[in-house]
Design a protein around this ligand. Structure first.
Ligand code: DQQ
Length: 540
């Protein structure tokens, strides 16, 4: 069990013990960032869910507070499920959440802070008229959950979205209200996608078209903005998003490219990342994404370690005005405050088939940034060298495969003899007859343990013809590897469970398994410090 202790994270949000899932109602209020979360206070597996609550001044160091809400009413006695916060026009905070009733019907309930003067928002009062929404005709009572943050329409009415499904089609139902208590269903869905199953944890928000990394309050609309619709797909447990136009008079949403809709298009993350939710941070004028990272080990191991699941690092999120087709996600700047001593490499030619240990790279807490020359833009003769057959996919053991350009990248949480290693890398392949870069996390050799899901993940990375480098930022935190490729165009999060490559026995390597040499232009790796995460009372 000491190995289990080494798998606990040093700078990701997790409770002291037991099970956590979806982030709920993230918000900034009077100097404090609040994170509520789906929490089972009694064991390390999902069960009877309450709202856990923690506060932070910087989104990095956290103080645990008492449970914000527990299942104690007929309308949430089977669980206080996922919900979102909205700032009303008078500055009050309203939370809408899903309750699972005494008959396991999914209904939407309202709650308010008991004392708005308490910046810690410790006590919550459930509205006496709950529930405010029950499943409409034609919707199954177990397919109606996870209200969004509400936004103000051009007509002055509040709007909110709730995910559901009709037969196999995922849908976003829209409601409107003048008082936040009485809600009327819109006569059409905000959006629908065929054969995508139940939509959980909808999120809907504006992004600035001009590429500024600033965020927008959820009610902003107009010609300068696009909108993002996100759905967490219950069937696959994957978070898909689509960028499009919100018609703010007719309350419809149209994807920019109808061929990449929810369910077959872009994902926030190509690894483990689910039930995410954004909020507008009025403190720093940015939009921040929280997402839940599940375990890949067995339920038995979770029970033995006494805790399960973590939150991904908060990511700032904005529109990529260079590709005009995806979001950029990047760890919030505050994460850089945890950087300590740094090791660097410059202009290193990695011959085909080489593996090189990075000197002084012991440790399991890293923030690593590296860039390679981009073989696609730097080598005119590339066409002859590419696999002509199928595009490459990141599969089990794929880091060991030999191509022309790639796999090349980083081995993290690697043991001395490389019995254990998690590979993060690029591979140059073809897509629609053109050279294309794929980024992957390969977990197949991440642990000697056998009762672990070692699936590998990855995706095609948008790279402009003018971009001379391929970049990776890799954040390592004991049992987490979070990859941000090409400045945050593609993200890949993995859970890994080393048995040897723990703490100071974990090392970093660079490698090139391709036949062609590749130049590592720059690598900077910072040791990351452990953050404080304690119950509020103990620091008084
Ligand atoms: N988790 C919550 C639900 C949500 C699901 C229950 C997604 O409200 O749909 O814990 O993980």
């Amino acid at each position: 069990s000491s190995a289990f202790e080494s798998l606990r994270t040093a700078f990701h949000f997790q409770p002291e013990r037991n099970w956590i899932n979806d982030p709920n109602a993230p918000l900034y209020y009077n100097g404090w960032y609040h994170l509520f979360y789906q929490y089972n206070p009694s064991e390390a597996i999902w069960g009877l869910i309450s709202w856990g609550h923690a506060v932070s001044v910087d989104l990095v160091h956290w103080l645990y507070l008492d449970l914000a809400m527990e299942p104690d009413q007929w309308y949430d006695i089977n669980g206080v499920w996922t919900g979102s916060a909205t700032f009303l026009q008078d500055g009050r905070i309203a939370v809408l959440y899903t309750g699972s009733t005494n008959e396991s019907v999914q209904v939407q309930n309202l709650a308010f802070p008991e004392d708005p003067q308490d910046a810690l928002l410790r006590k919550w009062v459930k509205y006496s008229g709950n529930p405010v929404l029950t499943p409409p005709t034609g919707i199954l009572s177990t397919d109606f959950r996870d209200p969004t943050t509400a936004w103000l329409g051009a007509d002055g009415l509040w709007r909110l979205g709730i995910g559901s499904k009709v037969s196999r089609n995922g849908i976003a139902i829209i409601y409107s209200s003048s008082d936040f208590v009485n809600w009327t269903m819109q006569d059409h869905y905000l959006h629908e996608a065929e054969d995508t199953g139940m939509w959980e944890c909808l999120d809907f928000y504006p992004i600035s078209k001009n590429g500024s990394s600033s965020g927008l309050d959820t009610s902003v609309y107009g010609d300068d903005v696009k909108h993002v619709l996100k759905s967490s797909m219950d069937d696959s447990k994957l978070d898909f998003y689509v960028i499009g136009t919100y018609d703010y008079e007719n309350y419809t949403f149209t994807p920019d490219n109808t061929e990449v809709d929810l369910g077959n298009g872009l994902r926030y993350d190509y690894g483990k990342f689910y039930a995410s939710k954004t909020f507008y941070d009025g403190n720093k004028g940015r939009r921040i994404l929280w997402g839940w990272i599940n375990e890949s080990d067995s339920m038995q191991d979770d029970i033995e370690k006494g805790w399960a699941c973590v939150q991904a690092l908060p990511r700032q999120i904005w529109f990529d005005h260079l590709t005009e087709s995806n979001l950029i996600q990047w760890p919030i700047d505050e994460v850089m405050d945890l950087r300590r001593s740094k090791i660097s490499m410059r202009h290193t030619l990695l011959e085909g088939g080489s593996v090189m240990e990075i000197p002084r790279s012991s440790g399991a807490q890293w923030d690593i940034e590296l860039t390679f020359e981009n073989p696609i833009s730097n080598h005119g003769h590339l066409d002859h060298m590419l696999d002509t057959d199928e595009p490459y996919f990141c599969g089990a053991g794929s880091a060991a495969k030999q191509g022309y350009y790639g796999p090349f990248g980083l081995l993290v949480l690697a043991s001395d003899g490389l019995q254990e290693q998690t590979a993060v890398y690029f591979y140059i392949t073809t897509l629609n007859g053109k050279p294309a870069a794929v980024a992957c996390n390969d977990q197949s050799r991440s642990t000697m343990a056998s009762d672990v899901d070692k699936a590998s993940y990855g995706f095609f990375v948008p790279v402009l013809e003018t971009e001379k480098t391929l970049s990776l930022r890799v954040i390592v935190d004991h049992s987490i590897v979070e990859t941000f490729a090409q400045g945050g165009r593609v993200c890949i999060t993995s859970r890994v469970y080393p048995t040897l490559a723990l703490d100071e026995n974990a090392k970093l390597f660079v490698f090139n398994n391709g036949t062609m040499p590749i130049t590592l232009q720059q690598l900077d790796a910072w040791q990351m410090s452990k953050v404080y995460m304690h119950p509020y009372a103990t620091v008084q």
